[in-house]
Design a protein around this ligand. Structure first.
Ligand code: BJW
Length: 257
């Protein structure tokens, strides 16, 4: 008996991918899962650390109550991340940057793996684990330049306490980052939503803005999310397996036209 299989990437999406000029990609923890970075929700071993759920330890309240423990948590995670490498999902996205006239990569991830894969322009909505910021003067510094002799590092400029340059629960996003991402989303023709549970706002509103602006929205995730019903296409599976398929098929089609 002949078994009919439907291609994972539809002809319609391949055509859109080949012809689009303005593309936005929103990524979340799932794009780094195949590199070994635990996700926040749906399993993974970072959901609880030393008995503290991540939304407690990664919160504005914890920063005010116990800055040393927040540094300990981020130091631990940086140690894990330093051993990890980008995966084919990050690499596919990095290659897209050169392929489209206007390409905007927006990530909720703080791990720096998109940059490690070669992405140059990355809007980091939730900051970076590789930077620290001064409470007093706002100066930003690469964590690699800091000394961790004491539990809380201090600012070279003013001697104030530093904190991880990351947007914790209950904090505002850095001015400009969301606005830039939202403007690109409102203008794009194609929006990929990769590896996010789409429950944290305002990041989850990026694909909603893209849809309202008339874009085709495509989700890449092994599981359904609250966003799935809004999407034009849902590609069920792992980012590291699906995104490279789109790259090769898309590139070939572009070359043929
Ligand atoms: C795979 C895969 C594979 C697995 N391939 N996929 C409007 C409505 C309701 C609430 C709010 C709202 N506006 C604001 C809020 C409050 C709050 C919020 O959204 N809360 C909800 C959770 C209810 N938002 C905020 O506090 C934000 N601030 C803000 O809005 O400021 C204004 C304001 C201030 C005060 C009050 C009100 C408004 C800030 C949010 C900052 C989030 N920070 C964190 C922690 C960063 C620091 C750290 O790392 O410790 O960022 S939370 C955490 O969630 C992290 C992530 O970036 C973020 C999103 O998670 P993500 O990336 O989606 O990961 P997961 O784990 O949830 O999902 C992984 C997905 O991957 C799953 O779907 C898997 O299936 C999939 N997957 N393997 C592809 N191989």
């Amino acid at each position: 008996m002949e078994v009919m299989t439907r291609p994972l990437i539809s002809a319609k999406l391949r055509e859109r991918f080949a012809n689009a000029e303005r593309v936005v990609v929103l990524t979340g923890a799932g794009v780094s899962a195949e590199s070994g970075v635990p996700t926040f929700r749906g399993g993974g071993n970072s959901a609880v650390w030393k008995g503290l759920p991540f939304d407690v330890i990664s919160s504005a309240g914890m920063l005010a109550r116990d800055l040393p423990v927040v540094w300990e948590w981020f130091n631990y995670r940086r140690g894990v991340l330093a051993t990890l490498k980008p995966n084919p999902g990050h690499e596919a996205i990095a290659s897209w940057e050169k392929q489209f006239k206007e390409f905007t990569l927006v990530t909720q991830n703080i791990d720096g793996l998109h940059q490690a894969a070669g992405s140059r322009n990355v809007i980091e909505l939730h900051g970076s684990i590789w930077r620290a910021r001064c409470f007093e003067c706002g100066a930003r510094v690469q964590v690699s330049e800091l000394k961790f002799d004491d539990s809380v590092p201090v600012c070279f400029e003013c001697g104030g306490h530093l904190r991880p340059d990351v947007v914790l629960f209950g904090e505002m996003l850095s001015p400009g980052a969301f606005e830039q991402a939202a403007a690109a989303a409102g203008q794009c023709e194609l929006c990929f939503v990769v590896g996010t549970s789409a429950v944290v706002y305002p990041a989850a509103s990026i694909p909603e803005i893209a849809r309202t602006g008339g874009a085709c929205v495509v989700e890449v995730n092994p599981e359904r999310t609250p966003l799935s019903d809004l999407c034009d296409e849902v590609l069920t599976g792992k980012a590291g397996e699906i995104l490279p398929l789109l790259r090769t098929e898309g590139s070939r089609q572009k070359a043929e036209t």
